[in-house]
Design a protein around this ligand. Sequence first.
Ligand SMILES: [Zn+2]
Length: 149
Amino acid sequence: MRCPFCNQDNTRVVDSRPVEDTNSIRRRRLCDACGRRFTTYEKVETIPLTVIKKDQTREQYDRSKIQDGILRACYKRPISIEKIEEMMDSIEGEIFHTEEKEISSTKIGEIVMEHLRRLDAVAYVRFASVYREFKDVSTFMDELKKFMN
Ligand SMILES: [Zn+2]
């Protein structure tokens, strides 16, 4: 993104956070050429982000896919849709925190799990079991033990 002060194209994001109820990300940017800072508001759907899947294929970032996974994990749990959307916003805040144009699906999974872990233990384990494709029971038990401690 170009600097509004000196018009150079070497700015970088120093802080990034979701703006409530707008599906936008507020970004503080720093221009490496003139050292000035400025703020941009960017619609999440206009920020290009490619997700690298486990098999190394790539696809366009899609909020609804992540939300679907979370909704499935929260099925019949005492969690309101408002809570889920609120969590989704802060998850996206983290996903778009850096200005990387690509993110691995594993990294997204880790971010989602971290948020779910704080929200609801059952939803977390459900999500984790799908996301990490547990290969054996002991890995699954390790996950469960984290709650017991
Ligand atoms: Zn500048």
